[in-house]
Design a protein around this ligand. Structure first.
Ligand code: AHG
Ligand code: MN
Ligand code: MN
Length: 313
């Protein structure tokens, strides 16, 4: 792969997608999002830490970074020519880009997950879920691709279009080049990443956490879904959970923008993603704001969580 003298690991994203024979329009869509991320990373690095509705030093209206990131991606998708519908965590409804859905894609995305972590300088990310045609409200198993971009000490991009999970990193020229192909999850792990307040855990969740701890698992929770999942995916082992809580039976994370794309990627890498009672990717969406509890990562660890929940709730 690549030109003579060039190693495979300098392969750029677009070229890699072409060599993997990913559909031309899907390639275009993935590259549009990759391009949008250059502007998002720039805003994160240099932007004022303002909140929406306030004005900056110069009296100009200032946008919160998540709103700004949303606009950046929406604009790109609108002009891509390959998108039918789009919906994001920042918009209250599905936006129609083209009424002719034939051969086009629909996209659900979280433009800047973990945006409240920017002011404390922790890692954040963009998460994207892609379907063929015009329907974004369908089970996650129908996704044709998913990806995320992680804005950490380095900027990395991880995608799958149903043919393995591949990691790219942004170079000095702000181009994404291949780091690792075919990320794989081990069946059991030694990392656990538990969201939600422990005193609100149900007995089954409490038992699962004790089980992980007794097996020597290390706690790794940053409060950012993208870096927390990325750690598990790139280390190839471990489990992340944001469970149902005594006061939040559906947990916190959203199915369309957060859970489906990550479940798709983790399953593509040989892991599993469950609500604790069933596969995330089989959830029938009721609305764009659906939430669900999640246990995601190494297959056997996820199965253990399901077992403890079935036994104790
Ligand atoms: P968002 O910033 O899009 O609202 O979501 C943040 C999410 C996710 O990044 C993380 O896994 C989770 O919230 C953390 O929640 P806690 O602060 O309750 O741990
Ligand atoms: Mn989010
Ligand atoms: Mn968000």
């Amino acid at each position: 792969m690549g030109e003579p003298g060039q190693t495979k690991f300098q392969t750029g994203l677009r070229r890699y997608l072409r060599e993997m024979e990913v559909d031309r329009d899907l390639t275009r869509l993935i590259c549009e999002i990759a391009n949008a991320s250059k502007y998002i990373i720039n805003s994160i690095r240099t932007g004022d830490l303002g909140v929406a509705g306030t004005s900056n030093l110069y009296g100009e209206d200032q946008l919160a970074l998540d709103v700004l990131s949303d606009r950046i991606i929406r604009k790109r998708l609108s002009h891509s020519g390959v998108v039918a519908n789009m919906v994001s965590e920042e918009t209250p409804e599905i936006v129609s880009v083209s009424t002719d859905v034939e051969g086009k894609y629909s996209v659900a995305f979280d433009p800047l997950d973990g945006s409240s972590l920017v002011d404390v300088n922790l890692a954040v990310g963009t998460i994207v879920s892609i379907y063929e045609g015009g329907n974004v409200l369908q089970p996650g198993r129908n996704q044709v691709a998913a990806m995320y971009i992680l804005y950490g000490p380095r900027t990395t991009l991880v995608y799958s279009s149903g043919d393995g999970v591949h990691e790219f990193a942004m170079n000095q020229l702000m181009e994404y080049t291949l780091v690792q192909e075919n990320l794989q999850m081990a069946p059991k792990g030694t990392i656990y990443s538990p969201g939600g307040q422990r005193n609100l855990y149900t007995p089954g969740i409490e038992k699962f956490v004790s089980y992980m701890e007794q097996n020597g698992a290390k706690l790794r929770y940053s409060g950012g879904f993208v870096p927390d999942i990325n750690q598990i995916l790139v280390k190839g082992q471990g489990v992340f959970m944001y469970p149902h809580l005594q006061d939040k039976p559906m947990g916190k994370l959203r199915v369309l923008y957060e859970l489906n794309p990550m479940a798709y990627l983790i399953e593509q890498a040989g892991g599993a993603a469950s609500t604790g009672r069933g596969r995330i990717l089989d959830l029938e969406p009721q609305g764009i704001d659906d939430r669900a509890p999640v246990f995601i990562g190494s297959k056997e660890d996820v199965a253990m969580a399901e077992r403890f929940i079935a036994e104790a709730g």
